[in-house]
Design a binder for this molecule. Structure first.
Ligand code: HT7
Ligand code: ZN
Length: 876
């Protein structure tokens, strides 16, 4: 793989006018005739050849304006097709015929078969595995697609756009033709064919057009698509109401497949989904599954405008569609559910996934400037940090101006392949603001550290806040400039009300937002009659690390009084952290582990507060994770000590709050038939949190076993099973429950994934042997990405003590697995390997073992570009 540089971007020499594809499907020898009409771009070199991309292709035939092309006029390899001596100005038609083998395509990029269904995945560079093509996102054209296939085994034939017609073709075969009038890049092309069940509905758009909605699933699974259909209709309505975006084709289709590298794909009019994000019913899906389905259905649907109607000029602009679309799906979920609880979950995810990426060897800007393998840039930085950057634009501009900027973006760039600069320019224009400094959020990697200190001066009735910002060095960027950081704030008075200063000096302030733009900046709040408590970065208005040494009393005050529920949760977390950090140190040093009673009291007060929504209380009780603690400790980490310390704190809390947890376990039961709404899910979350704490008290096993036996939905069942497996792995009750679960659900792959993941996350050294044994289980399917992620991925990403064994066996195991997965599915291998991204923060023995394992991978004779790129950046 060559390194690609943003600075090298050049438009193509040829404009693609039209694409006409005819597929004759066959499991091992699919024939594709691609007719492409081009003309030379005005001003392009009249002698420039046409260069088309390929990837492992075999050319069968090549014609120019229907005549076979002489061999002297072109050069072809599996990776490219170069045609010379083409017309200077007139349009011409290139016909390319390729033969491809979907059955043998284990990469799941291009055209492949999963469970007898033909399916495509073209983002980012999969189309070039189907035919020779200018496979880049700035080449847009309308597509006509004809699919010919055996009728008995492929009654369903789908592609993008509107259905043109179909019928019998020849002996045993039929055909269908589709036309997509909206010019699109090749990465949005899709084809699906097979024998699938269908769920149908309709949606009437805001201008009164009726759109047919169809979700295709395996036969028999139709009832499990009802929730996805409901989420789709809510998404369509929401995008009309919030962003004025209406759907544009006559039909919108979703297909669920069981082998898929990512969550889903937004192909125009024909979204393809990992079935994990479509299928749900109370017996088999957890509350988290329902929330994920709602979010991902929305995300892919929202791409119709942010990604499809306006696409990316090149892959460096990926955040233009992904960051923005994540922001849109976050806003959608916040409106459908509890905004504060949603925000807490987002920030938890950002800190546990994106912050480590930004602090390690894989750190890169939201808008990178080089890549070796684009598949490795579908990262949490591009997606989640990209979303936070969009959120900050909304915070800085305010809701109305932000809406105006979005309207301008849609109006000005509809049909374009755009850039981040185009996007930012719309907001600069509607607001009159210079967003040059703000744009550093796209260009500078690393999580900014903001250090804050505050002092109240009674004599002058003023409150002085001193801020300092620092962006840490990251690979390839040693020196950083100051960022524009919007910090939402409140001054909370003694009685809990919010103080209104008579003036604020030292920098720009809009509404409740301080604009930190200098490296050092001091804000003075005047006219404050008594010492207030400052709540800073409320709602996580900026994705930063904040070092603000507030006293436990001040944090408890925020936790009790802030009107921003997110800030209350943040204060509780800040109260918990020093206890957990000290516990980890004490565990390492073999000292007794204690806990600040004021912290226990504050947390238990929230847990028992009936005025607070249960989902919020559950979030508060879910203390910072072991990974959170490791991040706060910063380096020289011993995962065993972190685990032991955290367990001791949980046990303290369980004993102190026994009565509260008993009461919650009894009172939070949800009555009646299961409903997946957020309020019911919140009650289940709080009750299961109580169950988890009660497991630290006498009778814990029996209680969890009872909860498992009496569970009437998948959330309660998996939570009880997790308590049994993680807290009592050696007990007969646990073995019985795991056995019963397997027996009951052994025909349901998505539920089996949970069975594998729960066992992969059992803390401790013994789990590696269990994971190895599970790989030999007949239910383990090494070719199914969901199953591989559920067992091997979950072990490496989410089992700190089991994976980071001091003897290095976890890393050696992972290295072997990566080398085994890589030849078949490089994307999957590369992604799982990123679980080692924080290896340098481990204590020296473990870090040395990790380095050795990475060295073993990098020394392998043959590696994909995907894995090579990740491993080399990690050991650099
Ligand atoms: N835009 C989609 C990205 C995606 C993808 C990328 C690389 C390889 C396989 C893939 N499948 C889907 C998904 C999204 O963000 O909506
Ligand atoms: Zn996306």
């Amino acid at each position: 793989g060559q390194i690609v540089h943003l600075a090298d971007y050049r438009p193509t020499d040829f404009i693609l006018e039209r694409v006409d594809l005819t597929f004759e499907l066959d499991p091992t020898a699919t024939r594709l005739e691609a007719r492409l009409i081009f003309h030379r771009r005005d001003g392009a070199d009249p002698k420039a050849p046409l260069v088309l991309d390929g990837d492992e292709l075999t050319l069968a035939e090549l014609r120019l304006d229907q005549n076979e092309l002489p061999a002297a006029q072109f050069d072809v390899t599996p990776d490219s097709l170069v045609i010379r001596d083409l017309p200077e100005a007139a349009p011409f038609e290139v016909t390319v015929i390729t033969i491809i083998n979907p059955e043998a395509n284990g990469q799941l990029m291009g055209l492949y078969r999963t469970n007898g269904v033909y399916c495509t995945q073209c983002e980012a560079e999969g189309f070039r595995r189907i035919t020779y093509f200018p496979d880049r996102p700035d080449v847009l054209a309308p597509y006509t697609v004809t699919i010919i296939a055996d009728k008995a085994t492929n009654p369903v034939l789908l592609s993008n756009g509107n259905f043109l017609g179909g019928g019998n073709y020849d002996e045993g075969r039929h055909f269908a033709a589709w036309f997509d009038p909206f010019p699109k890049p090749s990465y949005l092309f899709a084809l699906v064919a097979g024998d699938l069940g269908i769920v149908e509905d309709t949606f009437t758009t805001m201008s009164g057009r009726e759109v047919a909605l169809k979700i295709y699933v395996e036969h028999g699974k139709e009832p499990r698509a009802a929730y996805a259909m409901d989420a789709l209709k809510r998404s369509m309505r929401w995008d009309e109401e919030r962003f004025g975006r209406e759907y544009d084709l006559d039909i919108f289709m979703i297909v669920a497949v069981s082998d898929f590298n990512m969550g889903a794909m937004e192909n125009k009019g024909l979204n393809v989904f990992n079935d994990k994000y479509v299928l749900a019913d109370p017996e088999t899906a957890t509350d988290q599954d329902y929330a994920n389905i709602e979010a991902i259905i929305a995300h892919e649907y929202f791409h119709n405008w942010t990604g499809n109607r306006i696409t990316c000029r090149d892959w460096f602009q990926l955040c233009l569609k992904e960051g923005l679309t994540v922001y849109r799906d976050h806003e959608f979920s916040a409106d459908q559910r509890s905004r504060a609880v949603k925000r807490i979950a987002e920030v938890r995810h950002l800190k546990s996934e994106q912050f480590p990426e930004d602090a390690g060897p894989l750190a890169h800007p939201v808008r990178p400037t080089t890549y070796r393998e684009i598949n490795n840039f579908y990262t949490t930085t591009v997606y989640e940090k990209g979303s936070e950057v969009t959120r900050m634009i909304a915070t800085i501009l305010g809701r109305d101006r932000f809406k105006q900027g979005m309207d301008l973006y849609f109006e000005r760039h509809d049909g374009d392949a755009a850039t981040v600069e185009d996007f930012v320019a719309c907001f600069a224009e509607v607001s009159g603001r210079d967003l040059t400094q703000f744009s550093r959020w796209y260009h500078q990697a690393g999580t900014p550290m903001v250090t804050a200190s505050a002092e109240y001066d009674a004599a002058s009735r003023s409150f002085v806040l001193t801020l300092e910002q620092n962006v840490p060095p990251t690979p390839g960027q040693s020196v950083k400039e100051p960022m524009h950081i919007p910090l939402s704030f409140a001054l909370i008075l003694d009685n809990g009300s919010i103080g209104e200063p008579s003036s604020i000096t030292g920098g720009e302030v809009t509404d409740d937002v301080l604009h930190l733009t200098e490296r050092h900046q001091t804000f003075t709040f005047s006219g404050i009659g008594a010492r207030p408590v400052l709540s800073l970065n409320r709602g996580f208005s900026a994705p930063i690390n904040l070092d603000f040494r507030q006293t436990p009393a001040d944090l408890a005050h925020i936790a009790r009084h802030d009107s921003d529920l997110f800030a209350r949760w943040q204060a509780l977390t800040d109260l918990a952290l020093p206890n957990l950090l000290q516990a980890a140190r004490d565990a390492r040093d073999g000292k007794e582990i204690t806990c600040d009673p004021a912290f226990l009291a504050a947390l238990l007060e929230v847990a028992g507060d009936g005025n607070l929504e249960p989902a919020f209380r559950a979030q508060a009780l879910a203390l910072p994770s072991e990974a959170d603690i490791a991040r706060e400790l910063g380096g020289n980490n011993d995962p065993d000590a972190i685990h032991a310390g955290r367990q001791a704190i949980l046990a303290h809390l369980a004993r102190e709050g026994a009565a509260t947890f008993e009461a919650l376990f009894a009172s939070m039961r949800t009555e009646g038939a299961f409903t997946p709404d957020a309020a019911s899910a919140g009650r289940r979350a709080l009750r299961n949190s109580a169950l988890s704490y009660l497991s630290y008290l006498d009778g814990g096993v029996a209680r969890a076993a009872d909860a498992f036996a009496s569970a009437d939905n998948m959330t309660d069942m998996t939570q009880a099973l997790t308590v049994l497996a993680h807290r009592f792995p050696g007990e007969a009750a646990t073995a019985n429950a795991l056995g019963a679960f397997l027996k009951r659900f052994d025909d349901n792959p998505l539920v089996l994934d949970k069975w594998f993941s729960i066992q992969a996350t059992i803390p401790g050294v013994a789990t590696l042997a269990r994971v190895r044994a599970l790989m030999e289980d007949p239910h383990f399917v090494a070719t199914n990405p969901n199953r591989v992620r559920a067992l091997i991925g979950t072990f490496a990403f989410a089992n700190p003590t089991g994976f980071n064994r001091k003897d290095g066996e976890g890393y050696r195991f992972l290295a072997r697995q990566i080398l085994a997965i890589d030849p078949r599915n490089p994307q999957l291998a590369a992604r799982i390997l990123t679980s080692m991204r924080s290896w340098r923060s481990l204590e020296p023995t473990r870090a040395e073992h990790a380095r050795t394992a990475l060295g073993e991978i990098s020394a392998a004779a043959s590696l994909s570009t995907d894995v090579r790129d990740i491993v080399e950046r990690m050991i650099q």
